[in-house]
Write a protein that binds this ligand. Sequence first.
Ligand code: PLZ
Length: 452
Amino acid sequence: MTEQTALASGPDLPQQRNLVTEIPGPASRALAQRRQRSVARGVSSVLPVFVRAAGGGVLVDVDGNSLIDFGSGIAVVSVGNSAPRVVEGVTEQVARFTHTCFMVAPYEGYLEVCEELARRTPGDHDKRSILVNSGAEAVENAVKIARYATGRPAIVAFDHAYHGRTNLTMALTAKNMPYKDRFGPFASDVYRVPMAYPLRWPGGPERCAAEALDVVTGLIHTQVGEQNVAAVIIEPIQGEGGFIVPPPGFLAGLAEFCHSHGIVLIADEIQSGFCRTGDWFACEHEGVVPDLVTTAKGIAGGLPLAGVTGRTELMDAVHVGGLGGTYGGNPVACAAALGAIATMEEENLAGRARRIGELMLPRLNALAQKYPVIGEVRGRGAMLAVELVEPGGLNPNPAAAGKVAVACHAAGLVVLTCGTFGNVLRFLPPLVIPEHLLDEGLTILEEAFAGL
Ligand code: PLZ
């Protein structure tokens, strides 16, 4: 470990890849052994290394290896780890008070985050918000609010959807392994409809938007009844399910259908929100204004915070005391969120996300030209992915995705996989990543494909 690496932390870490041991090194291997004696087996980790410090575009492990980060802790540290404004806000707040419970004795930070949410989320209508602790909890609350406000029971979710691991959100999540297997029975009155997935739409990508809309609205009509549907929930770009980008027009058509039947449209922007796709929220690229928006992840620079923001008439339908939780909108997490949001604004991180897309897409497209194992390159801004297939067709190729990911990890690049079939490599760099690291990370990826 260089002295500089040993002393620096957060964004002051040297912005370089530097491998000083094999991956994982001896210190990480020792911790992995120790982990087995105290941590439940059900919690898994992508990387074989334990982290000691992180910031900008790097993670530094306990052996002193510096890895390039294309994961951001699953789209969370968009502002970078220990971003200066986050650290400043958190430090100041943690010394003042750590918790009163907003339901017992409120504080201003909670209001400021709700004001930011009203300002940043799509649409200029009157909005209210509730703050909670996790993405799943935000989705749970969005469903509660939609059911209360409409007096209807049914919720419609999509193939490939991911909304969380709590009981109701498992019901909304599509994929069985590892999320749902043997964890049932699940919450009732959840209905699943096909997703507009251009690559795999039977009629081809050109017909995907119109045909998918027909199928979705037809199923709702025949199998559920519009008048029974409280909400349709959709990720404007699906995350865990494979970074599936619906074709232009699909989201707008869905919004119009919901509007005409008094159905609440919930946009789950937990992964796609807060500048990740090159705008504050992914819905904006389509000009869609959802009724309720769920946020988490990128909102607070790594501290646990999530929210539901929506039309005042829906949010305020719920009786006083009907929403809440002990830690929701914790003051330290709120201070972190205000620091993260200020960073996004002042450093134009939406613009940075677009720039990352412009730098990465040509390289990814060139890879797809060269290697028929890449079936599609897709995504927006700094939420990008390649879907791997068996060459010559569309059969999913999770083995190749796993091999590329492992090769990248060994070479010091953090990449994540996703997808219903586990065959998608996704790229979610911190939006503050220096361009030379982006460049080097892509070179490692290219070498991993060459070595397949
Ligand atoms: N909605 C769109 O992406 C979380 C899950 C990681 P929580 N995605 C990462 C895992 O394997 O548990 C997510 C999401 C979307 C909801 C959630 C849930 O957010 O903060 O993990 O509860």
